[in-house]
Design a protein. Structure first.
Length: 81
């Protein structure tokens, strides 16, 4: 399954990005939210491909969680943290 390698890649990319630039918390929330969205979509597709309803549900949960986290970051930016 593509889950663990993708997770490692995304986590490393986020850490590298955070080191290069000091990000505001709102930006971090947006980036982490987008990462969760992508991971959720991958899990959903993998679950459908393997006919695993639990993996599909986990993917949907993670996708929605990512959308919420990304929206929180956007709201924080508007409110000025």
């Amino acid at each position: 399954m593509a889950g663990p390698p993708l997770r490692l890649y995304l986590d490393r990319a986020l850490r590298r990005f955070e080191k290069e630039k000091a990000m505001k918390q709102s930006t971090k929330d947006e980036v982490k939210g987008k990462i969760h969205e992508v991971k959720g979509k991958v899990k959903e597709k993998a679950g459908r491909a393997t006919n695993d309803p639990n993996l599909v549900a986990d993917g949907q949960d993670e996708h929605v969680t990512g959308k919420v986290q990304k929206k929180v970051g956007q709201v924080e930016k508007v409110l000025g943290e």
